[in-house]
Design a protein around this ligand. Structure first.
Ligand SMILES: Nc1nc2c(ncn2[C@@H]2O[C@H](COP(=O)(O)OP(=O)(O)OP(=O)(O)O)[C@@H](O)[C@H]2O)c(=O)[nH]1
Length: 127
């Protein structure tokens, strides 16, 4: 599952880079709280994360993606006297259906992530 925060540049531009850093930390811990102990969350770029969901079918993955999306959508990140809102776009790929090796899965997950962005963000795309 590839997750990318929406319009994160605006968060930095409006609130400053240090607030942006705190937002990233809160987003990462919120994502972790909504994953299972067996799932693996990694930050792979500035505001991009990958999650590996072992032994998970596409319906379960959709439930997890929706839980993360809606929790972040509802989250009010309070820093000093500021409240920062953020949304996330998600694309995912499934072993077997979309490929076997990690490179193909990440490439397809990434394509779907950009589809989610193009469709208006704050959503997930399974293909
Ligand atoms: N505060 C902070 N900002 C970061 C970090 N890493 C990357 N960024 C910022 O994240 C922003 C990413 O911007 P873009 O790639 O243009 O994407 P976006 O504004 O999130 O827009 P979309 O992805 O199209 O929704 C840039 O402004 C980077 O400077 C970091 O560690 N801390």
């Amino acid at each position: 599952m590839c997750l990318d925060l929406d319009h994160f540049k605006t968060v930095n531009d409006v609130h400053g880079h240090q607030v942006g850093d705190q937002v990233l930390k809160q987003v990462a811990s919120t994502m972790e709280e909504n994953l299972r102990p067996s799932d693996l969350l990694a930050r792979v770029g500035g505001e991009e994360f990958q999650v590996l969901l072992p032994d998970t079918d596409i319906e379960q993955a959709g439930e997890i993606a929706e839980r993360i999306r809606s929790t972040l959508y509802d989250l009010e990140i309070r820093l000093n006297d500021k409240v920062v809102k953020i949304t996330v776009s998600v694309g995912f790929a499934q072993t077997g259906r979309d490929g076997e090796d990690i490179d193909s899965l990440m490439r397809i997950g990434d394509q779907r992530l950009y589809e989610a962005k193009a469709l208006g963000r704050n959503r997930w795309v399974t293909g």
